[in-house]
Design a binder for this molecule. Structure first.
Ligand code: ADP
Ligand code: LRH
Length: 489
């Protein structure tokens, strides 16, 4: 059998990588060709917090060339974080900066949108969870703050679509990333005309989404050789879950990176009152699946602590947390003040003070506060998922960079009182590569892709050990209730 080689471009909000994936004799091997910190910038005119898309494009091109230097590629495909986009004019030129989802331009925008359409109606149309940074509210901000940009725009490309455009010139919108916008109609799978009109977006601004695994164009390598461009699951979480070695419908996934995305895979969406009440979303998956999940603040919190504490290695940070006393300071990790705080450390301490918890001091206690709080959050979502599906879960599969955190994996098992399996680490790149290989005919189905992943990568199991006492869960629930009762800015 011939060897199939693809380049998976995977951009997380924390770091980007280009990975060479090689399939030979039913075995998949990954080689990292290039890695970089996802560059951001402040727009000099508006002060908006943006992605440095020129540098991102250059890094991606460099990475693809580096992968090709390792072995001749058959194709390339890109996945990125959700919700962010680029506007293009009629000549294909970018309009304005690529503003990042944590920028404060969306402050107050949810309420502005809700004044014109009831949130229940948005939910009925999209089945997507409410987050202030969803594309819907970002576009409402563009309409309010820069109407000229929207008036000139002829295309809206989500970040992976924009990368595909840079690489091939093809203008497409891919389905999985489109669902993160909260503007795709759950029933039609196409952009919802009422929501487009609401933000003043022309009907043709986005194209009818193509399915993950579609060949959308060609990329010309520096050598002049042409390779296929395949849209994988453009949303990194869709790609990650595509490659998650889920053992059946009773297993939950926890995609652990800058965010913690926790949920279940389902053939049908969950649109009932429990899903709405708990704020679960039904994101579009590959091959007709849905991800019924929740966005939790995740390792963004530890990234912030790390930055303010002199940038220790993640392994040292985990060791410091392990040495600190357990379940001492617990907070609600999803408090909106943690989305983009001036100081992560000061805000974590402030939340501890408000919850009547001891103030963590120093690297170990701060990291411990983050990991303990995240583990308790996972337990809360586990309970909610069990209510939603009316049946217990049997295992949690942690995938992504955060699956290397053996302390957090164990805390998750102890708090959720369930077995945890950790790995693979580069699941987004893996799922991206698998969908490319399906488009190339080298892998027959998603089931086969998951079997290949299972046979090619080891996972580490954690059994529940020191179960977390009920009193700790109660302290956590009190912190969450306090945070929910706070008036929103
Ligand atoms: P994203 O793609 O969202 O940027 P990743 O999946 O790359 O995120 O995960 C990054 C996170 O993984 C880091 O914030 C860190 O918390 C965790 N991580 C990375 N390496 C290690 C390690 N060696 N030990 C423990 N945690 C790690
Ligand atoms: C994780 C992720 C997540 C959300 C967020 C904005 O990287 O894609 O699923 O969409 O970024």
């Amino acid at each position: 059998l011939p060897i199939t080689r693809v380049a998976a471009v995977d951009l997380g909000a924390g770091s980007g990588r280009v990975i060479l994936a090689e399939l030979a004799d039913g075995h998949l091997a990954l080689t990292e060709a290039h890695r970089f910190e996802t560059p951001g910038l402040i727009d000099p005119e508006t002060g908006e917090q943006c992605w440095d898309v020129a540098t991102i494009e250059a890094e991606v091109r460099r990475g693809i060339a580096a992968a090709e230097a390792l072995a001749p590629l058959d194709s390339v495909g890109c996945d990125t974080w959700g919700v962010d986009f680029v506007l293009l004019d009629g000549e294909g030129r970018r309009i304005g900066p690529a503003v990042a989802y944590r920028d404060k331009r969306t402050d107050g925008m949810m309420d502005a949108v809700f004044a014109r359409i009831a949130p229940d109606e948005i939910w009925r149309r999209t089945g997507i969870h409410f987050q202030p940074y969803n594309t819907l509210y970002q576009l409402a901000a563009v309409a309010a703050q820069h109407p000229d940009r929207l008036a000139r725009a002829r295309h809206l490309l989500m970040m992976p679509d924009w990368l595909h455009y840079c690489l091939s010139g093809a203008i497409t919108n891919e389905f999985t990333i489109a669902t993160t916008s909260q503007m795709l109609n759950l029933e039609t799978g196409d952009w919802d005309p009422a929501l487009l009109a609401l933000v003043g977006a022309a009907p043709g601004l986005m194209k009818t989404p193509v399915a993950a695994g579609t060949v959308i164009g060609e990329h010309v390598l520096p050598s002049g050789r042409r390779i296929k461009v395949v849209a994988p699951g453009g949303h990194d979480t869709a790609s990650a879950v595509a490659a998650a070695p889920l053992g059946g419908p009773d297993e939950a996934f926890l995609s652990s990176g800058t965010w913690s995305l926790m949920g279940i895979e389902s053939p049908a969406p969950f649109t009932g009152p429990d899903a709405r009440r708990f704020n679960f979303g039904n994101e579009g998956g590959v091959c007709g699946r849905r991800r019924v999940l929740k966005n939790l603040m995740g390792l963004w919190l530890i990234q912030g602590v790390r930055k303010e504490m002199g940038g220790p290695a993640f392994a040292d940070l985990v060791a410091a947390a392990r040495a600190a006393p357990a379940w001492t300071s617990v907070i609600d990790p999803d408090d909106p003040r943690l989305l983009n705080p001036r100081s992560m450390v000061a805000t974590l301490r402030q939340l501890c003070a408000e919850a009547g918890e001891p103030l963590p001091d120093g690297l170990g206690p701060l990291a411990r506060c983050v990991f303990d709080s995240l583990a308790l959050d996972y337990a809360r979502v586990k309970d909610e998922l069990e209510v939603l599906r009316g049946a217990p879960l049997t295992r949690i599969r942690i995938i992504g960079g955060g699956s290397q955190n053996t302390l957090l994996n164990q805390l998750c098992a102890d708090a959720c009182r369930l077995p945890v399996s950790a790995g693979p680490v580069e699941t987004s790149a893996l799922g991206n590569a698998c969908l490319q290989m399906m488009a190339l005919g080298a892998i027959g189905s998603l089931e086969e892709a998951r079997a290949v992943v299972r046979g090619s990568f080891a996972v580490t199991d954690h059994r529940p050990g020191d179960l977390v006492p009920d009193a700790v869960h109660a302290r956590f629930r009190a912190a969450v209730a306090r945070s929910a009762a706070r008036p929103r800015a």
